[in-house]
Design a binder for this molecule. Structure first.
Ligand SMILES: *[C@@H]1O[C@H](CO)[C@@H](O)[C@H](O)[C@H]1NC(C)=O
Ligand SMILES: *[C@@H]1O[C@H](CO)[C@@H](O)[C@H](O)[C@H]1NC(C)=O
Ligand SMILES: *[C@@H]1O[C@H](CO)[C@@H](O)[C@H](O)[C@H]1NC(C)=O
Length: 430
């Protein structure tokens, strides 16, 4: 019978036609032109192009990042001009006003509102940031580290000016994953409340989301040196480990934990009493507040009985944030910790958390005292506030973050770093 044969031929030719169509479609999607058009539509608007309105745009950031002398000279001259400084400053009122329309704020400030890759989406981060002034710095930092899958807790010092609190609060209210700490404290320099501010954010972050993998502590004058994807990759390569300064306490700092202290007129003073040794005879190590630790470390801080005892013991010491996290990092059983043995000591240079240039350690390569080249910006309390001339060196470091930046004094350094990172984030998608 001819009929079934005809049907069979018909189906075969349909089948071949569909196969051909599928093949053509798959070819089309791989064409360069298709890809770059999609790239343009989706990502171009997120790049910081030269069509922006910022006064820093007169600088050639690629020349600055390559350390070209003439361009650095030009940046330096601009930086010391009061007129330029003024024009680059964004007042707190701007943020209060601009955040009334959150959708517009996110678009004009070019926030990334979708995960840039699956790898990042599957590896959310938790940030804790302490702030007491410089809203502009803080907002530029948030914009540089913001990704919708991450979660951000901001602690504004209770004694910060009202406009700082209102502006930061207004910014955070534009994002479902950025929030103000539930309990803000009055931060006393070198006092216990600095740690309490961190603990409050840790508890909020731990309670608010169960999915984040790593906790990163920052302050408002830090800035990233890596894109979110690079941060995720660096953290994954720690394979569950933590990365923070944790080393033998220098002799000169031991008095901080052997004497009882108390706050007098907003300052830490010795009472003349001697402290008992730490609970469980835990060895006290030296470090700093800016840590990169996994979720299990944070759980231990909130729940481990030994750490609860250590926290109670630390409350009347001097600058507890400079030994508490370093000490917890060496307690057996804390996820990602290492043994207390000296061979596991980690310096701030070896840890990936954060690079700070201390004036006393600047110098030339080859000198036994020097740790890094001289600061090209200026110093505040012996810490380098980076200038445009520091960028070339900074972006070569393995650290995820650097301190200190100041949008009021050296806006070009932040501007070029921010631009470099955003461009990298968008091009590394391919
Ligand atoms: C900026 O500097 C780079 C590196 O020196 C150079 O290749 C580029 O042409 C410069 N761009 C402009 C607009 O001057
Ligand atoms: C506040 O923002 C609106 C537009 O969003 C603008 O028209 C107005 O001038 C701004 N007010 C101040 C005081 O900046
Ligand atoms: C976490 O949330 C639970 C209930 O939602 C609450 O009972 C608990 O006290 C919170 N823990 C912290 C550390 O805030």
């Amino acid at each position: 019978m001819p009929f079934p044969k005809q049907g069979w031929q018909l189906w075969l030719s349909y089948f071949i036609a569909v196969l051909g169509l599928l093949w053509m479609l798959s070819q089309l999607s791989q064409l360069k032109i298709g890809k770059s058009a999609a790239y343009f539509l989706r990502y171009q608007c997120l790049d910081y192009a030269n069509d922006d309105e910022s006064p820093e745009k007169v600088c050639n950031c690629s020349a600055i990042l390559q350390g070209e002398k003439e361009e650095l000279q030009k940046a330096k001259l601009l930086t010391i001009s009061k007129e330029f400084q003024k024009s680059a400053q964004v007042p707190d009122e701007y943020y209060i006003n601009a955040t009334q329309d959150c959708r517009k704020f996110k678009i004009t400030r070019k926030y990334i509102t979708f995960p840039l890759s699956k790898e990042e989406e599957e590896f959310p981060l938790a940030y804790s940031t302490v702030v007491h002034h410089k809203v502009q710095n803080c907002e530029q930092l948030l914009r540089a580290i913001y990704a919708p899958q991450n979660i951000y807790c901001v602690h504004v010092d209770k004694k910060a000016p009202a406009s700082v609190f209102i502006a930061i609060n207004a910014i955070t209210s534009c994002f479902p994953n950025v929030f103000m700490v539930s309990k803000a404290v009055n931060v006393v320099y070198a006092g216990w409340t600095r740690v309490q501010a961190d603990l409050n954010c840790m508890a909020d972050l731990y309670n608010t989301s169960t999915t984040w993998k790593y906790f990163i502590k920052l302050c408002g004058q830090d800035f990233p040196l890596k894109t979110n994807l690079e941060i995720v990759q660096a953290l994954r390569s720690l394979k569950g480990g933590n990365s923070l300064e944790s080393e033998e306490m220098p002799q000169g700092k031991k008095g901080r934990v052997t004497n009882v202290h108390k706050v007098v007129d907003g300052q830490m003073q010795r009472t003349g009493k001697t402290k008992d040794p730490a609970p469980f005879n835990l060895p006290i190590l030296s470090g700093n507040a800016y840590i990169v630790v996994n979720r299990g470390y944070v759980r231990s801080v909130l729940e481990d009985k030994r750490i609860q005892a250590l926290i109670e013991w630390a409350k009347d010491t001097y600058s507890p944030d400079e030994f508490l996290w370093a000490t917890i990092q060496r307690i057996p059983g804390v996820p990602g910790s290492t043994w207390p043995n000296r061979k596991f000591d980690t310096t701030d240079i070896n840890a990936i958390a954060r690079i700070v240039k201390w004036q006393g350690h600047e110098g030339s390569e080859g000198s036994l005292q020097a740790v890094y080249p001289e600061c090209k910006g200026h110093h505040v309390r012996s810490i380098c506030v980076y200038g445009a001339g520091d960028l070339q060196w900074l972006i070569e470091q393995h650290h995820l973050f650097a301190n200190k930046f100041d949008a009021d004094r050296d806006p070009i350094a932040i501007y070029c770093l921010e631009k470099y990172l955003r461009h990298k984030a968008l091009t590394e998608l391919d």
